[in-house]
Write a protein that binds this ligand. Structure first.
Ligand code: SAM
Length: 279
């Protein structure tokens, strides 16, 4: 059986996956796109040789990227998802019946089309009437917004390199803050604490230049190198640690308990992020 070896940026390891079949292989204006089938993980979406999601474990990441801010906000109605062309975050956001509008701002339309074709359960809601798809750079989209009427901005981008880099700057975070309501929340993935700790620290420090409240939580993502995956969350006044609502929604991993326990204990945050403990 042939193998696919992932070229994850900055990771000191390589992950190899058995390939039962290559279902799709193409090149968009922005990146190489491939879909393979692996005996354990099922179908896998790969962009520029980096695993984005697998059928088997995508819910860990999509639930944890979405539901912490969506439960910490008292009444989320308007949401911006940047990146996320596979549709997983949109699927999770729409589980919240308070949501009236989701902007899916994905720079590469090919990713949406490939996901609809090969990952129908992930892209299940991208054509929902509450969703408006924008094929453009998320940084540009946010910068153009004139109102402060958004309840949550969720970044589900590729790794913090290349064209995703525009989503991790003081300018961009300032544009995000300007488009959020006073109770609005922002969250982005911020790489692994095992292999990319400096990057997680950098995202926290940049966010702190813009937002009064910045925090970090983690989740176990088997198919992201380093596994101890971080999410950087920021807001103007509400604590993302506090659950404000308990809608009855179906999730496989996220729960009130997981919400609370996923945040880094203050002592460890102090050691790791503030004092930059080296390991
Ligand atoms: N869950 C994956 C992860 O954490 O690595 C991300 C999956 S999603 C497919 C990543 C998407 O971000 C890609 O489709 C890519 O085209 C999109 N993207 C990257 N930079 C972007 C930007 N500046 N604006 C909009 N979309 C962007």
């Amino acid at each position: 059986m042939i193998k696919f070896t992932e070229k994850a940026p900055y990771a000191p390891v390589e992950y190899s996956y058995d390939v039962e079949e290559i279902l799709y292989k193409g090149k968009s204006k922005f990146q190489d796109i491939m879909v393979i089938r692996n005996p354990h993980f099922g179908r896998m979406l790969i962009l520029d040789d980096v695993v984005q999601l697998t059928e088997r474990d995508e819910f860990f990441y999509h639930e944890m990227l979405t539901h912490v801010v969506m439960h910490a906000h008292p009444d989320p109605r308007k949401v911006i998802v940047i990146g996320g062309g596979d549709g997983g975050v949109v699927r999770e956001v729409l589980k919240h019946k308070t949501v009236e509008k989701v902007y899916l701002v994905e720079i590469d339309e090919d990713v949406i089309n490939v996901s609809k074709r090969f990952f129908p359960n992930v892209a299940s809601d991208v054509d929902n009437l509450r969703v408006e798809i924008k094929i453009m750079d998320g940084a540009e989209f946010v910068k153009k917004r004139k109102l402060s009427d958004v309840d949550a901005v969720i970044i589900d981008s590729t790794d913090i390199i290349g064209f995703a880099r525009s989503l991790f700057t003081v300018d961009f975070f300032t544009s995000v803050k300007n488009c959020l309501t006073d109770e609005g929340m922002f969250v982005t993935h911020s790489e692994s604490l095992h292999f990319h700790k400096d990057m997680a620290i950098e995202v926290q420090e940049i966010l702190k230049k813009v937002f009064p409240l910045v925090d970090l939580y983690t989740a176990p993502i088997a198919t992201y190198p380093g596994n101890w995956w971080t999410f950087s969350v920021a807001s103007k006044k509400l604590s993302p640690r506090e659950i404000k609502r308990k809608p009855k929604i179906q999730t496989k991993y996220y729960s009130d308990e997981i919400h609370q326990q996923s945040f880094m204990p203050k002592g460890l945050y102090e050691k790791l992020i503030l004092r930059k403990l080296q390991w």
